[in-house]
Design a protein around this ligand. Structure first.
Ligand code: F6P
Length: 575
């Protein structure tokens, strides 16, 4: 791990900028102190050409920002804020490979993972593009071997199931993308994912699998992560026991026997930046795919961390995914800020968090295949921007990262949309949908995908424009119930449409949110690429573990609440 840099200049405090002051004045025109909306979406929609003015293309995405609580004046000030805090300069520094992750003194170059082969980027004298494509070529060659059956298990069986073992960025990206691209997955292959150190995860994921046809990919940037190494060891034991049971290995082939080691080599590969630790674990470094410390875990799907996906959908589709990322990178890198969709969406989030009081942000895909997308975004956004300290170590002077959450529509409609429509809190929401379904099913005369899209459109309209007391009364509603049936409206949403959920479109969507997150982090002056906030709990877990298994000295060193909980555990644990 790099050392924190001592020469970090103080970021521009956004709250001291002229734009911030003007945004504060404008916000007062939107919402009065008692929370009443004084500017409404209904009013804003009387502006001529509002939809055209606030709808932008970005790659294949059609992004309609018009149902956001902004007018041209607010947007101009948000863009001015971006300029005052130096968004464009920071963006260019990231793309150029400057060490903008200052607390770890690292470059932040996930954008280099999707540069085309003929691009050029040298960092510290190293040809980054050549390095990236060398690993990609190895991943693609391996994926092809597995897909064609040239790579087989120890007994000669074809690989039918690929199990990715990883957590956080080494899990969420691969599983989210696998689910999203299921229509592109080879029929003869299935991927499964083990992440949690809860033994239930490994037990249930491995249940029913045939060890002879199962390939494990141990994915861990650091190769020190407790959950992943534990699950990798459990899986290795499961493999060897299973091969012995099937008679593929002899009963006296111990775990360290040449035959067992050969079996592990056929069934385990690794993805990591720490190839020495991969070898220590017993995986042949020849079967390991590397990446670099300038790839953050939550930005690593498009590195070798995506190997399970490359096997499942094949190198060509994986390359299309990378092209999609690159398309959005180019948009973010080159589009002027007033038309730059990731920058605008990031700035809108700043507006909602810092000026209109939003604490959370919903992401609502109207696409079942994106059911893990909100979970993926939770790590991306909250591990990046959930910080109270700026790049130079000073405390921030304003709120930062909002809570991201979401579920696919229409399921969410029957669960939490009540709060979105009538609750007291402002929850900006992104609605995502695709024109063409993966499965164009019909229910008699009805195109079922159109039912889904009708709900997408209805929800954003209801959230924006609501339903007045007069409209409710006109339906003959008893007066006593009228207030409960009023929809106040004025709930901001962004609508994102694309032709279909292809690999390229998925890449564009992910990169869109990466750059939204980047934009917010730059405004707040924080390092969006470290994650020190996850460390304390990891350290304490190691310290506390012996107390659970009976160490009284460790137990006595705990706080009273922890001691009481451990005692309860010890009393009730059945061995
Ligand atoms: O604990 C958080 C974290 O470090 C994430 O940032 C990372 O994606 C995850 O753990 C997994 O880390 P690794 O890939 O090193 O196992």
């Amino acid at each position: 791990m790099g050392q924190p840099r001592a020469d970090v200049p103080a970021p521009i405090d956004p709250t001291t900028t002229a734009a911030w002051a003007r945004l504060g004045e404008l916000a007062a025109r939107y919402r009065s102190d008692d929370g009443t909306w004084t500017t409404t979406l209904t009013g804003l929609f009387t502006e001529p050409d509002r939809v055209e003015a606030h709808t932008h293309p970005a790659g294949d995405l059609h992004v309609d920002l018009s149902k956001n609580l902004v007018d041209a004046g607010v947007l101009a000030e948000l863009v001015a804020l971006a300029r005052e805090v130096g968004l464009e300069g920071h963006r260019d520094a990231m793309f150029a490979g400057e060490r903008i992750n200052v607390t770890e003194d690292r470059a932040v170059l996930h954008t280099a993972l999707r540069l085309p082969r003929d691009a050029e980027l040298h960092v510290d004298g190293q040809d980054v593009v050549a390095d990236v494509h060398e690993v990609l070529d190895r991943v693609y060659a391996f994926a092809t071997q597995v897909r064609t059956g040239a790579w087989r298990g120890f007994s000669g069986e074809r690989i039918r199931t690929v199990v990715n073992i990883g957590i956080g960025g080494s899990d969420l990206g691969p599983v989210m993308a696998y689910e999203a691209l299921t229509p592109y997955v080879d029929d003869a292959l299935t991927c499964r994912f083990i992440s949690n150190v809860d033994p239930t995860d490994a037990a249930q994921t491995l249940a029913g699998l045939d060890p002879a046809s199962t390939l494990f990919i141990v994915s861990s940037k650091t190769f020190t992560t407790l959950e992943t190494l534990t699950n990798a060891r459990l899986s290795r034991t499961w493999l060897l026991d299973g091969l012995r049971e099937a008679g593929v290995l002899g009963a006296d082939d111990g775990d360290d026997s040449p035959a067992a080691r050969e079996a592990v080599a056929r069934h385990f590969v690794a993805v990591s930046t720490a190839l020495d630790k991969v070898a220590d674990f017993g995986i042949d470094p020849a079967n390991a795919f590397g990446f670099w410390d300038w790839v953050g875990g939550r930005y690593s799907l498009d590195s070798a961390i995506g190997t399970s996906l490359a096997i499942a959908v094949g190198p060509e589709r994986f390359a299309e995914l990378l092209d999609g990322f690159h398309t959005m990178d180019e948009h973010f890198r080159t589009a002027p800020l007033p038309q730059n969709v990731p920058a605008l969406m990031g700035l809108l989030n700043v507006w909602y968090v810092n000026f209109l009081g939003a604490h959370t942000h919903a992401v609502l895909p109207y696409a079942q295949s994106l059911h893990r997308f909100p979970a993926y975004l939770q790590q991306l956004t909250m591990e990046s921007n959930g910080k109270g300290v700026r790049r130079d170590g000073a405390s921030v002077r304003t709120d930062t990262g909002e809570v991201f959450w979401g579920e696919p529509g229409t399921n969410g409609q029957h669960a939490f949309y009540q709060l979105l429509h009538q609750g007291t809190r402002i929850v900006p929401a992104d609605f995502i949908a695709f024109v063409n379904p993966a499965h164009p099913l019909r229910d008699g005369e009805t195109d079922v995908h159109e039912l889904l899209l009708a709900n997408f459109l209805a929800q954003t309209r209801a959230l924006a424009f609501g339903k007045s007391a007069e409209e409710v009364r006109a339906e003959g509603t008893a007066e006593a119930v009228v207030p409960a049936r009023v929809f106040p409206g004025n709930r901001p949403t962004t609508s994102i449409l694309a032709p279909a959920l292809t690999p390229a479109v998925l890449g564009q969507l992910i990169a869109l949110y990466e750059h939204i997150t980047f934009t917010q982090g730059v405004v707040w002056g924080i390092d969006s690429f470290d994650q020190w906030g996850v460390e304390l709990g990891k350290q304490l877990a190691k310290q506390i573990a012996p107390a659970l298994s009976g160490d009284d000295a460790v137990l006595d060193a705990q706080d009273p609440s922890t001691q009481s909980l451990v005692r309860y555990y010890r009393e009730h644990r059945e061995r």
